[in-house]
Ligand binder design. Structure first.
Ligand SMILES: NC(=O)c1ccc[n+]([C@@H]2O[C@H](COP(=O)([O-])OP(=O)(O)OC[C@H]3O[C@@H](n4cnc5c(N)ncnc54)[C@H](O)[C@@H]3O)[C@@H](O)[C@H]2O)c1
Ligand SMILES: C[C@@H](O)[C@H](N)C(=O)O
Length: 350
């Protein structure tokens, strides 16, 4: 067991586009918590957004903040009441911890808890640091065959799994995924795991579409050059996709979901558009009896993500473009802003 009276290093966002590596007190695990030595943390688009703009909507970085919510590492200490976990266990951390008492939590919709503490969402610190103390009920063991790099990406995979569950993706389905970023690509993995036999993916960056095809998309449509409806009609014998998962957050893409879905099909909105009000043809939704779902974060997906990874049903590590140590976090964030980059990974003890 490591000594817990030593300080730790953390990358702290002190100003827009400025990290400082600070020495901080190492957290003490509470009775129901484990202390985790963080190994890997993925860089998410929301981290990059806070880095660039200092805010996402109503969430404003008012005080220095540790970013990072896609994390995995190794337990080094356990709280007094902890059972079932021990030092040396490699784990992934679900970043949202709810109150466990409100009506949403009690209904099982803990991801909708208004008092959730979500890593790297102001004012709560995230995981770009050497240690994090975390409650065991939001901590998941990684079997031997899952790396902590992959374990960290249980987070965006969870977003994909939840979106597929919301859209009821099933065996033999044709799924249209708009946006081939990390969320779109991992939604594709989740859709395949749920039984989708045909996946059509769109983007406006050709290299991302080529990458999506290498990763198994049946068709990749560059919607900057090709009309989506025409392409979908061609690939689905005029019927449309059973499920559309909007994972770009781009306004034209949000609108085009109605062109891609079949009559009676499902649309799942995952991507967060910069404009929250986007006109959609309600008569079209009624006449075609479409089911339209919002998909917010996830619930009860981490165990599934770990099982899918352990069984080799999904791949997440393949989306990592580059890996950097904590000291190179500025460079990693600058690089993550380039449009052809999919996923940067911080390896804390690199
Ligand atoms: N609902 C949730 O819980 C949740 C969770 C995580 C992320 N998100 C959101 O999901 C979206 C995707 O996340 P990401 O990390 O993959 O982002 P990303 O920016 O890496 O990927 C978005 C992709 O969409 C592409 N794109 C842009 N315009 C397009 C268009 N008109 N048609 C098709 N593709 C287009 C971009 O080129 C990019 O490849 C973001 O809006 C993010 O904020 C939502
Ligand atoms: C769910 C998570 O990946 C997302 N970026 C959020 O902050 O809500």
């Amino acid at each position: 067991m490591e000594k817990s009276d030593q300080p730790m290093r953390a990358a702290v966002l002190t100003d827009p586009e400025e990290f400082e590596i600070e020495e901080r007190e190492r957290p003490e695990p509470d009775a129901d918590e484990v202390l985790v030595k963080i190994r890997n943390v993925g860089i998410c688009g929301s981290d990059v957004h806070y880095y660039e703009h200092g805010r996402i909507g109503d969430f404003v970085v008012e005080n220095p903040l540790v970013l990072g919510h896609e994390s995995a590492g190794e337990i080094v200490e356990t709280g007094a009441n902890v059972n079932g976990f021990e030092a040396g266990d490699r784990v992934t951390l679900e970043p949202g911890v709810p109150c466990r008492r409100c009506s949403h939590c009690k209904r099982g919709d803990y991801h909708l808890c208004p008092d959730v503490t979500f890593m790297a969402t102001p004012p709560h610190d995230g995981a770009f640091s050497e240690y994090v103390a975390w409650p065991t009920d939001y901590t998941y063991k990684l079997p031997e065959n899952i790396s902590t790099r992959a374990g960290a990406l249980c987070e965006p995979l969870s977003v994909g799994i939840h979106a597929c569950r919301r859209g009821n993706v099933g065996t033999g389905d044709t799924v249209l995924i708009t946006g081939a970023g990390p969320i779109g690509l991992l939604a594709m993995e989740a859709a395949r795991a749920a039984g989708a036999t045909d996946v059509i993916i769109t983007d406006i960056v050709q290299s991302k579409l080529e990458f999506a095809k290498e990763r198994g998309a049946d068709h990749a449509v560059n919607v900057a050059e090709t009309d989506l409806e025409t392409a979908i009609n061609e690939y689905t014998d005029e019927s449309g996709a059973d499920v559309v998962i909007e994972a770009s957050g781009a306004e034209p893409s949000v609108k085009s979901t109605l062109d891609g879905v079949r009559r009676g099909g499902n649309i799942v909105f995952v991507g967060l558009a910069s404009e929250s009000e986007i006109p959609l043809d309600v008569v079209d939704i009624i006449n075609n009896e479409l089911d339209v779902y919002g998909s917010f974060r996830y619930k009860n997906t981490y165990s599934t993500a770990v099982k899918l990874l352990a069984d080799g049903v999904v791949d997440v590590e393949g989306i990592i473009d580059f890996e950097r140590g904590l000291d190179s976090i500025d460079e990693a964030f600058e690089r993550s802003m380039k449009p052809d980059v999919i996923k940067g990974m911080i390896s804390v003890d690199r």
